[in-house]
Design a protein around this ligand. Sequence first.
Ligand SMILES: [Zn+2]
Ligand SMILES: [Zn+2]
Length: 257
Amino acid sequence: MLIDSHCHLNYKGLIEDQVNVLERSRAAGVGLMLNIATRESEWDAVLDTAIREPDVWATVGIHPHEADEHPHVDTAKLVERAAHPRVVGIGETGLDYYYDHSDRERQQRSFRAHIAACRQTGLPLIVHTRDAEDDTLAIMREEMEQGAYSGVIHCFTASGAFADAAMALGFYISISGIVTFKSAKDLQETAARLPLDRLLIETDSPFLAPVPHRGKPCEPAYVADTARFLATLRGESVEQLAAATSANFHTLFSKVA
Ligand SMILES: [Zn+2]
Ligand SMILES: [Zn+2]
């Protein structure tokens, strides 16, 4: 069984055909999907999908791109929504200095509010980071001193040094379809050496379809292609990789029944 630890089933590209998307995922051996929230206006829809589908679980959070639009979303609000039995993680949150769609200070404040929600709920954090390694790590470390929390660096594309530092804080590293791209040599090098007990896999669908589906909207079924590529890269069997990443997912997202 494979687990897609990060997808956006309610985004354009998947929502129009969600029933068939889910059917194809199940046929491809995907036993569980984590449906990730990115803005307050979609929280209900993201959760509704998880309530309706027994193999879909939900998160609550504000993407760093959306930080400017959500000055009122604080720790208390996240904690309140996270109380639902189908909400099993906080995020995605983090820092994105590549696009800079939101003010950096507001991104940082939002990131810290999410971490505080993790500490209060005991739920894991889903971190998005792009061109912001130093600040991401500094905030993760500072906040860790306020009290322990756990989490995952999703759609990992950062440096090997960043992966090591995140793992030293107890974080997991989630590999997306980007690893299958010819251009992703550095990522492939890092992904090949990450300890198996720290690894998760994801699609981040509808974005980033892996080889051989590039150009199409990505969907959770394609996590199987990423798993095959990653297993070959690491010299493991797909079964081994699937078993380990699924076990890791359940260790981290322990609220999943
Ligand atoms: Zn992201
Ligand atoms: Zn995402």
